[in-house]
Design a binder for this molecule. Sequence first.
Ligand code: UT7
Length: 336
Amino acid sequence: MSKITAAITGVGAYLPDYILDNFELSKMVDTSDEWIMTRIGIKTRHILKGEGLGTSYLGEHAVKDLLEKTNTDPLDIDLVICATVTPDMFFPSTANLISYKAGCKNAFGYDISAACSGFLFALVTASQFIETGAYKKVIVVGADKMSSIVDYEDRSTCPIFGDGAGAVLLEPDTEGFGLLDYELHSDGSGAQHLHMKAGGSAYPATIETVTNKWHHIHQEGQAVFKAAVSNMGDVSATVMERNNLSVEDVDFLVPHQANMRIIDATAKRIGLPREKCMINIDKFGNTTAATLPLCLWDYESRLKKGDNLILATFGGGYTWGAAYLRWAYDGGDFSR
Ligand code: UT7
């Protein structure tokens, strides 16, 4: 019997309407379009406004888009995994809320917390359920409302992040398409450089934690930058080498969108020209767990069945990894 692999058979997304541009940011903190474009490469980011709207709102709409595009009955979905570091609440899981709102009544669901690597970690986790034959239709959502934890008085972090969600449908394949290899890593010593200190069990919310701004992202940019550049490049190279993939064999690098300079450095490390990199950081910024599915969604119409993709990511934790994925359908063909 041929091996079962987990193939992505559709991509959906949701980006909130409000667009925060560099001009508006420069009125909030001491920054400029020129600095942000040169050091990070972001022009605009989408922000979710509206009282009580959290990450599940983003995820719900991405999943509804996915179900509609792939003509899938929500009742046929077995499992929903949501990667996020900005859950609506600690419990229930955001995946649960998304499943309920999107009508996936027969699915079980849970969240995965691996920061910017969350989507890749969730994709690999979800694939195991498909490969074993346990389930046939699994949705992986990457969603984050980063504006809920960004300090808009901190110029070193507030230009970076945006809100958004992407979702993919995974189904079994026996013709060699889908997730073919991966390598994932974590290193808890990186926590000191990138974290949100309070709101968990170590520092539950108090007036002091709020006053100290411990409910916002703390990032030591240069330390994270160096670790991201070396680890994303190395792990991508490892996955390519292990699968005998040359630069010519790779159709697209799908990199986490944290900084245009990190994307360029990763591409350079594996010898890939910029035109083979999926890039939308300029439009959406760093949406944490949503960057990878938002890239796939943005470039979907350009993808062809059989394209070789290398997904690469790095984020808080630290967490990082890369995956080799063979694309399973011609992009833009939503009549499947
Ligand atoms: O997705 C999760 C993983 N996260 C990442 O991968 C992020 C990795 N880090 C980075 O992308 C970059 O380190 C940042 C974008 C966060 C910062 O860029 P940088 O080139 O490392 O800048 P820096 O922190 O070394 O700061 C350089 C200067 C400083 O001024 P002085 O001390 O040289 O006078 C900062 O105060 O730039 C200043 N600066 C700014 N100036 C204008 C920092 N932020 C801004 C700003 N506008 N927004």
